[in-house]
Write a protein that binds this ligand. Structure first.
Ligand SMILES: C[S@@+](CC[C@H](N)C(=O)[O-])C[C@H]1O[C@@H](n2cnc3c(N)ncnc32)[C@H](O)[C@@H]1O
Length: 255
């Protein structure tokens, strides 16, 4: 088994396809960040920029975007996705230790980036770095996978039903993605999902198969309150969806 977003992983290779097909809960996130930033050009920092899904959309709206990610392969994909003529700066960086030596009007950690920090110490370090890059009066947004979702018991049969198939007719191929296993460690507050990617020829032959493990940590509300207190930040808004007010996301606006 490999880690999610490991070099050469299918979770990187098919990230853009899967984001577009599977993640309706992301609908509206770019507009939400733009509304918080105010009129362009304002400076926005994105932690865990990935393949540039959010960064390029914001840059195209006229914002001055800087992004970092710990995965050079994700950044290489972001560079391939760079729209012609856009000058956003992307760099390798670790959330708990990055330093751009400047401040931004809006600092965002979209699509569960902060759930990759697994301990209170990592979360404290990560939030301190984000806050050190926030301009006076600026906001930080953490889009988290909610604790209730990560800690839930999900029956095997329900997981088995959650298979996604994407067809690439021009290549006579299809991608099948399913959750092959899931473990919830309530002591450490970490949910590990073993995601199987299978690239099949149209005739059913397996061309490439890989099981990649995604580990997301959650915080209790008490841990969140202590984290914000220590960073000197206030929770200004908390919502359960970008477009869907009855969603299951945990979107925190801090300032
Ligand atoms: C789900 S992707 C989100 C990508 C992009 N922000 C989006 O919304 O499409 C999570 C990204 O966070 C990055 N990441 C995870 N932990 C990180 C850390 N500690 N420091 C920097 N980047 C991290 C991963 O490499 C991955 O690219």
């Amino acid at each position: 088994m490999t880690d999610y977003y490991a070099p050469g992983s299918l979770s990187i290779g098919f990230y853009d396809v899967m984001s577009a097909v599977c993640h309706r809960h992301l609908d509206g996130d770019v507009a939400f960040y733009a509304a918080l930033a105010g009129s362009p050009p304002r400076a926005i920092l994105e932690a865990g920029v990935g393949t540039g899904r959010v960064a390029w959309a914001l840059a195209e709206r006229g914002y001055e975007v800087t992004g970092f990610d710990r995965s050079p392969d994700m950044l290489a994909a972001a560079e391939r996705n760079r729209p012609p003529g856009l000058a956003a700066r992307l760099a390798v960086g670790e959330l708990t230790a990055f330093d751009f030596g400047r401040r931004f009007d809006l600092v965002i950690a979209p699509f569960y980036v902060f759930n990759h920090l697994h301990t209170d110490a990592e979360r404290r370090a990560g939030l301190a770095r984000l806050n050190a890059h926030r301009a006076d009066g600026g906001r930080i947004v953490l889009h988290l996978a909610g604790a209730a979702v990560l800690s839930a018991d999900i029956p095997e049969a329900t997981l088995a039903d959650q298979r996604t198939t994407v067809r690439f007719d021009e290549h006579d191929a299809m991608l099948q993605v399913r959750i092959a296993g899931r473990e919830v460690d309530r002591q450490r507050q970490v949910c590990a999902q073993h995601v199987e990617y299978a690239l099949l020829h149209a005739d059913g032959r397996v061309l490439h198969r890989s099981v990649e493990t995604l580990r997301y940590a959650w915080m209790t509300d008490g841990q969140l309150a202590a984290l914000l207190d220590e960073a000197g930040l206030r929770l200004l808004d908390r919502r359960s969806g970008f477009a869907d007010a009855a969603g299951v996301e945990d979107i925190l606006v801090l300032g």
